[in-house]
Design a protein around this ligand. Sequence first.
Ligand SMILES: [Zn+2]
Ligand SMILES: [Zn+2]
Length: 114
Amino acid sequence: MSGDMLPDISVRAPLVGGDLWTTVAVHRADGRCQCRTECGNQHTSGHGACRREQSLGRPLRVVPRVAVSDRAAAGLGADDLMAVCAPCHDGLIRARRIAHEASITQAVTADTLF
Ligand SMILES: [Zn+2]
Ligand SMILES: [Zn+2]
């Protein structure tokens, strides 16, 4: 299980439960994944769009459109959220974690230069 190692950059289920989840995943996304290669998969069969439909027991996950802190994510409205399928969610978190770690490394490197 690698879930414990992920930084807090995804919106957790309780945060987007109920109305907000319904607005984003059902009304805006129409029950389809909104990933447009953000997860790192080029989704060539969908011409750059995943559009995987949610199914029973595999609901879409709602995440911020851009990587933000958990605290910031808690205040986001539907406009700043997107619904993605589980595989895209995993890829998205991985991609953002790598970017996050890269930014930390850069900051440390910059510090040591001065
Ligand atoms: Zn997807
Ligand atoms: Zn994707």
